[in-house]
Design a protein around this ligand. Structure first.
Ligand SMILES: Cc1cc2nc3c(=O)[nH]c(=O)nc-3n(C[C@H](O)[C@H](O)[C@H](O)COP(=O)(O)OP(=O)(O)OC[C@H]3O[C@@H](n4cnc5c(N)ncnc54)[C@H](O)[C@@H]3O)c2cc1C
Length: 453
């Protein structure tokens, strides 16, 4: 079926032919039919730009392949099909005393999508990306074979597939190491930083005390308040430390009721003025409170409480721009980016700052040691692309890079310079999929693989 499809940012929108196989046999038949010039697996479509699009080609939805296959209680390892969502894992395993080892800011992503983007969470400074917890994965390759890959078996293919944006094949399933918890709660310290230097000082001085750490940053505050932020950092709470009132159900999964945005808001709703007013208010009302007990759901997934929140940006959608600067250049890099954003009167409703730990292990993994900033910028005008091109060049000059799973605009030569292990990825891709049976709109835009269709 041919449909108009987009990522979570709703830019770009492209025509793709969509397949929704329910079994491995049906999936193999889709690939073997060679009806399309190329194919791409897709999960829950939470990548923002064109990573999960394949314009004019086949997109194979994985969401119906969502069975749990087993659980090794002694090792805390769950085995499941790639279409299982992180929300489903939480629903089943939190009541048993297990939590996700790494989670992005939404639970509505599939295991396959999380691995293909080698996602990071608020604990990256401690634990790295999700691939550190993937014991093994099964990959359906272009020749129709099923290969088991892990850091020990077919290791080359494993490191090309984690963070490989679906270009090495279809991840069929994976074994994921969960972490033990005894309660659903996080004890969170909120600290206000008056400017970017104070935020850096707090991150440097105390980040190691926290498993989870992130800052919301008011990207429209200027002058001496540039980079003012609210740091939110916390640790899992042992059940015995819960107050009496919560001890009865220490491992509950939270409320299921959700608000929904039922229609597209006019594109002007989130503009410079409204976002600036919101940011100022948010900073003022946020208290610098220590030791607040917060259920994991609002702590990790505040946006999931509003279904289709991406409609707030109107039909034209928005671009998420996430970059990382090495520690040495973080201050200079971030200040210039924030100043330029304010000067151009470009607003970001959500701006998140985080300190990364070690380099991501996948050949195309995004994280590297340094500070990462994520911005949601409304796609109001064509000038945005010129602005982002300038920012991309700046990020590269500072030794940083742009996150592929959020990207919709990076140029191929800048991409190649930002990802030094690209050649190694291309070698493996050339070996495993010489005819480029797996491709995507992003792969063609970034010339990620030679001669991609
Ligand atoms: C609100 C929000 C917050 C987010 N926060 C974070 C964050 O904190 N950290 C972070 O790292 N990311 C974050 N993300 C991005 C998100 O985690 C990734 O884009 C993730 O890959 C989405 O998973 P998905 O199942 O929706 O995959 P899709 O968006 O459908 O696909 C993403 C990529 O994975 C590939 N893929 C999907 N399934 C398979 C499969 N079975 N086999 C092979 N390839 C596959 C696709 O081809 C595509 O390249 C966030 C996204 C949103 C909307």
């Amino acid at each position: 079926m041919e449909v108009s499809l987009s990522g979570w940012g709703r830019y770009p929108v492209q025509r793709c032919r969509v397949y929704r196989p329910e079994s491995l046999k049906a999936l193999k038949e889709v690939l073997a039919s060679k009806t399309e010039s190329s194919y791409l697996a897709r999960g829950l479509g939470r990548a923002y730009g064109d990573a999960a699009l394949n314009e004019g080609g086949g997109v194979i939805l994985q969401t119906r392949r969502n069975r749990f296959l087993g659980f090794d209680e002694a090792a805390g390892v769950v085995r499941c099909e790639a279409g299982v969502s992180l929300a489903e894992i939480l629903d089943v395993f939190v009541p048993r005393g297990y939590f996700l080892p790494v989670t992005p800011g939404t639970k509505f992503v599939t295991v396959g999508g999380a691995i293909a983007s080698d996602v990071h969470g608020k604990n990256h400074h401690k634990d790295g990306t999700i691939s550190n917890f993937v014991a093994d994965l099964d990959l359906l390759t272009a020749d129709g074979n099923r290969m088991t890959c892990s850091p020990d078996e077919n290791a080359d293919l494993f490191w090309a597939t984690v963070g490989g944006m679906g270009l090495t094949g279809v991840i069929l399933g994976a074994s994921l190491r969960l972490i033990p918890i005894s309660s659903s709660y996080i004890r969170v310290d909120y600290h206000k930083a008056r400017h970017i230097d104070e935020a850096f000082e707090m991150f440097e001085a105390t980040d190691e005390q926290y498993q989870y750490s992130v800052a919301w940053i008011d990207c429209l505050a200027g002058g001496r308040s540039l980079g003012r932020s609210v740091l939110m950092r916390g640790n899992h709470v042992p059940a015995e430390e819960l107050p009496e009132a919560l001890r009865g159900r220490p491992l509950h999964t939270g409320k299921k009721r959700m608000l929904t945005v039922p229609f597209d808001f006019p594109s002007v709703t989130l503009n410079y003025t409204s976002i600036r007013a919101f940011n100022a208010l948010y900073y003022r009302v946020s208290k610098g409170s220590p030791g607040v007990l917060v259920h994991y759901d609002p702590f990790f997934y505040p946006l999931d409480a509003v279904l289709h929140w991406n409609r707030l940006y109107g039909k034209r959608g928005f671009l998420q721009y996430q970059v990382v600067f090495p520690f040495e250049t973080s201050r200079e890099g971030l200040i210039a980016l924030l100043e330029r954003l304010a000067r151009d009167r470009r607003s970001s409703f959500l701006a998140v700052l985080k300190r990364f730990g070690a380099e991501g292990p996948g050949l195309l993994s995004f994280p590297r040691p340094g500070y990462t900033l994520a911005l949601d910028i409304p796609a109001r005008d064509r000038g945005l692309f010129a602005f982002l091109r300038d920012m991309d060049e700046w990020v590269l000059k500072m030794g940083g890079r742009v996150y592929l799973t959020k990207d919709a605009e990076l140029a191929p030569e800048l991409f190649a310079a930002m990802y030094p292990r690209l050649e190694r990825f291309r070698e493996i891709k050339g070996r495993i999929d010489p005819e480029n049976r797996f491709s995507s709109s992003m792969a063609r835009r970034l010339r990620l693989v030679e001669g991609a269709r």
